[in-house]
Design a protein around this ligand. Structure first.
Ligand code: C2E
Ligand code: SIN
Ligand code: SIN
Ligand code: FE
Length: 506
């Protein structure tokens, strides 16, 4: 086990006392740091990781009370126990010591046994205190990690692999003072083609290096049957069936395992190695919880993505169903969606809105399902009466789509895709900005594709002719029908619309 040797700071202006204490402590296998005055003591606290301070009171410069007050008033040091060295039966100095925040007193001339006994007791207290602090930190990590993940959570794009780094970052040792954290974290991502990676924090950066799966793979499968969650402080004492082969394999690639905890899941295994403290079952719980949060979000993400996929699928199915009585318009509904995307992007509309257009534009003519096939398939020009019936497909569309919150764009498109900027469109004859932007966009996107495609009543036109009809007009279609900004965006993107027509042609 790689638990640090406890380090005691001895502060006394009498060199003989320091020597005495140092010898005593070293004999008991403690690390002893000495300081001859208060300033040196405060400096030593910065330079070393101190576990207990033995503090003389009367010293030149700042005295023991002041040093103690400064220790207790400093966020970095306040949890380090301070023992004051006082003269026998000096009640007044004891009270002053307590007021300064000292944890304990040793009476001069001191008894060796008593000094060691008190140090032991205070080290134990410190270690319990540290465990408590590290437990709080564990809980804090879990909540902040959860918060961060949820804040940035995009269910459809969530990718667990890219979140592994942030999981590791939460648990790994960042600097020497993080000695209670693991120096090494190993991740085995089973789904991701059996990917093993080792993480270390070096020079302020999280470094990950791949590990040959042969080093540990089989052993992990073997471990899995043994224990889902595991911690071990004494690797030498592990039984052969436990992690010993695993530890030996890692030794083979230069990784000495001192202590270890792991969490093994179906899809994901995490090993945390070489904590500078005793590992406990709470450490495994924190590890498990972090992994579970990641898996939970992945599961949520894949369910949301699946639902989203089903939603899109149903929109296409409905749009296709509506074509039952129409002449075959092939990929028309998809091309119109793509045309809308290109124009909306050119107009600088938000990504989310553009994506909604792509998905929902195909429902624009869903109302045609209520138009008699004799009108829809008529080879020649419609009579005025027939065209009046035809116009109702916009109203029918809104009835079919209804009022669902997620289909407001589809409803608006169905209603307004034949409105015109100059107010000459249908069904309501809305004008200018009264026509929603999605209606203004799809109007041009739909006409481009309708002009290109052969219909029972017309041949298909080439790209040049189509652009000419839209930009210069042909009597039936006129440039003033279009929002000038949308028309400008169409002109900018016309070649992209041509590409879409070629790519998705019937
Ligand atoms: P559609 O065939 O999908 O056409 C959509 C829109 O593209 C038309 O809306 C019109 O604005 C434009 N468009 C299509 N073909 C031409 C064309 O040859 N020249 C010009 N300048 N524009 C064209 P509109 O006019 O409101 O028509 C809506 C729907 O009514 C059409 O959808 C089609 O299903 C039907 N329809 C329109 N005119 C006729 C027709 O003369 N005969 C038949 N059988 N159906 C027609
Ligand atoms: C488990 O504990 O087996 C579930 C977590 C996982 O799928 O990795
Ligand atoms: C998954 O592996 O995609 C889901 C695992 C889970 O969250 O249970
Ligand atoms: Fe239409």
């Amino acid at each position: 086990m790689d638990v640090r040797t406890p380090t005691i700071l001895c502060v006394d202006d009498e060199p003989l006392n320091l020597k005495l204490l140092k010898t005593l402590l070293q004999w008991r296998k403690y690390e002893a740091i000495t300081a001859e005055d208060g300033y040196n003591a405060l400096e030593a606290l910065q330079e070393h990781k101190i576990d207990v301070v033995l503090l003389d009171i009367m010293m030149p410069g700042i005295d023991g009370y002041e040093v103690c007050k400064r220790i207790k008033g400093d966020e970095r040091y306040k949890n380090i126990p301070v023992v004051m060295i006082t003269a026998l039966s000096d009640t007044e100095s004891r009270i002053k010591g307590i007021e300064a925040g000292a944890e304990d007193f040793i009476v001069k001339p001191f008894d060796r046994g008593e000094v060691i006994a008190r140090i032991k007791m205070l080290l134990k207290m410190k270690s319990l205190n540290d465990s408590l602090l590290s437990a709080y930190e564990g809980i804090n990590n879990l909540t902040t990690f959860g918060e961060e993940m949820i804040r940035d959570f995009d269910p459809v794009r969530f990718n667990l692999a890219s979140n592994v780094d942030s999981i590791v970052n939460k648990i790994i040792r960042h600097r020497d003072s993080d000695y209670e954290k693991p120096a090494l974290v190993i991740i085995h991502s089973i789904d991701d083609t059996d990917n093993w990676r080792m993480y270390e924090f070096k020079q302020g950066q999280l470094i990950s290096t791949p590990i040959d799966p042969d080093i540990a793979c089989n052993k992990c499968v073997h471990l899995k049957q043994k224990a889902h969650m595991y911690y071990c402080n004494d690797v030498c004492a592990m039984s052969e069936e436990e992690a010993k082969p695993f530890v030996r394999n890692f030794k083979g690639i230069g990784i000495e395992v001192n202590n270890i905890i792991w969490y093994l899941g179906e899809h994901f295994c995490v090993f945390a190695l070489n904590y500078g403290k005793e590992v406990t079952k709470y450490d495994t719980s924190v590890l498990k919880n972090l992994v579970m949060q990641g898996l939970f979000l992945r599961s949520l993400g894949s369910q949301v993505a699946e639902t989203q996929g089903a939603f899109e699928y149903i929109i296409y199915a409905l749009a296709r169903a509506a074509e039952a009585n129409d002449e075959a318009t092939g990929n028309h509904i998809m091309r119109v969606g793509e045309n809308c995307v290109v124009i909306a992007k050119e107009l600088g509309l938000p990504e989310h809105f553009v994506e909604t257009l792509r998905i929902q534009a195909p429902l624009h003519d869903v109302g045609k399902i209520h138009i008699h096939p004799d009108i829809l398939r008529k080879p020649g020009k419609l009579t005025q009466e027939e065209f009046n019936i035809m116009k109702l497909h916009t109203i029918y569309g809104t009835k079919i789509i209804g009022n669902h919150r997620r289909l407001t764009i589809a409803r608006s498109i169905a209603l307004t895709h034949h409105e015109r900027w100059d107010g000459s469109g249908y069904p309501h004859g809305f004008e200018g900005d009264d026509i929603p932007i999605e209606g203004r966009i799809i109007n041009i996107a739909d006409q481009y594709d309708a002009l290109r495609s052969p219909r029972s009543y017309k041949p298909g036109f080439d790209h040049q002719t189509t652009c000419k009809v839209i930009t210069e007009g042909d009597g039936r279609t006129m440039p003033q029908h279009f929002d000038p900004q949308v028309l400008a965006a169409f002109k900018e993107t016309a070649t992209q619309l041509e590409e879409i027509y070629e790519r998705l042609r019937d």
